[in-house]
Each structure stands twice: as C-alpha cells, then as structure tokens.
Write a protein that binds this ligand. Structure first.
Ligand code: ATP
Ligand code: MG
Length: 187
C-alpha cells in the first residue's frame, strides 16, 4: 500500500485491514513515498516513515518498507513493485491504493511493465467516486471499505487550527506529532 502518509491515519489502516481480509493477504507492506512527482509532502520522509512504523507496529501482518524513501529522485510504482517482487520471490503481489490514485493510473510510467507485476485494488471512501480505467491487460478490483471520511490533509488542517486529531490517527502518532510539533505551520 503506497501513500504519502503525511500523516498516516485510521482510514489508511482500516483500508489495509479490509483488503488484507478480503484478499486473504499474508502481509501488507506500507510504502511511504520518497519524493512523489504528483504532490509535495509537507513533512520529511523520515517523519512520515516513523509515523507509519508507529501506526503499524502492533499488527503482525503490517510492515513498512523504505524502498521509495531510500531511492534518490522521483519514484515510480513500477520500480517499487519490481523491487518488492525481487525481495519476495514467488509472492502474489497486490497494489492497494485509494480511488483517487487508481483513477490516475494511466498517467503512470511504463504501464505495460506495470500490469503483470500485481493485482490493483482500489479502495473507495466517501466523496471519492471510483472509476477504474478500462485496461484489458490489467487485473483490477474495487473494494468498498467502511466509510471513514478521514484524509491526511484534513488531519493537517485540524492540527494547524489547534483542533484534536485523537481517534482519527493512532494514539502513538498523535503523541509523535505533539512531541515534534509537526504540522503547526512552523516546520
Ligand atoms: P491527502 O489528504 O494529503 O491527499 P490522503 O489521506 O489521501 O492524503 P495518502 O497518503 O495520499 O493520504 O493516501 C494513500 C492512499 O490511501 C491513497 O491512495 C488514498 O486514496 C488512500 N486513502 C486515504 N485515506 C483513505 C480513507 N479514509 N479510506 C480509504 N482509503 C484512503
Ligand atoms: Mg490523497
């Protein structure tokens, strides 16, 4: 599951848990983006990585990968999936992503190399209508997850407005954000 995770919130975690259950996955690897070409993260990769580790630490099936963070320059999904396939020989890979990202899929790099690498799972959330692109050579599925109208941008806005984010993001992440004074508009 790729994302900026700026910060990770309970919507991400519910989506991951639902997909893991529906597709009987052994493991969900969270892959925080390094420098996404389509959006600029507010926080450094290290802060986003550590918050993702804190949020997923208690779940034995959740892990976090540094593959995109440690690769210099722009990162592409095709390169990430190729690397993960190399690291997990013989594994059946699923790429989990939100409705918004799946809808943009046709703008991605090396599409013909991308499709054979994984099954693409688009999760829906309120306010995002999911329209899967029609790609005959691709394996894609939609999964509706329980309505969690949470987004990282809302979480960031709430923090800069001095509003609470308890129960929207995991407790440890709320504490990490407070400890490092993140998203207050100063850093
Ligand atoms: P932002 O508000 O900055 O766009 P985000 O909440 O969408 O952040 P991302 O890190 O961009 O977070 O999300 C990673 C993936 O998780 C995206 O594909 C996104 O669509 C999906 N996602 C985010 N929030 C939810 C949610 N509440 N329910 C289901 N999927 C979600
Ligand atoms: Mg988003």
């Amino acid at each position: 599951m790729g994302g900026t995770f700026d910060p990770i919130h309970n919507g991400h975690l519910v989506a991951a848990s639902e997909v893991a259950d529906a597709f009987a996955l052994d493991e969900v690897i969270f892959v925080p983006t390094g420098e996404p070409w389509h959006k600029n993260p507010v926080m450094s990769a290290e802060h986003r990585y550590l918050m993702t580790v804190i949020a997923t630490a208690a779940n034995p099936r959740f892990t976090v990968s540094r593959v995109e963070i440690d690769r210099p320059g722009t990162t592409y999904t095709v390169d990430t999936l190729t690397q993960i396939a190399k690291d997990h020989p013989g594994a059946d890979l699923f790429f989990i992503s939100g409705a918004d990202a799946i809808a943009q899929i046709l703008a991605w790099k090396d599409l013909d190399k991308l499709w054979p690498l994984a099954t693409f799972i688009g999760v829906t959330r309120p306010g995002h209508k999911l329209q899967l692109p029609e790609v005959p050579e691709a394996s894609m599925s939609i999964l509706e997850v329980p309505a969690l109208a949470i987004s990282s941008s809302d979480v960031r806005d709430r923090i800069s407005d001095g509003k609470p984010v308890w129960y929207l993001v995991p407790d440890g992440v709320v504490q990490y954000i407070g400890k490092h004074k993140l998203y207050r508009g100063e850093n």
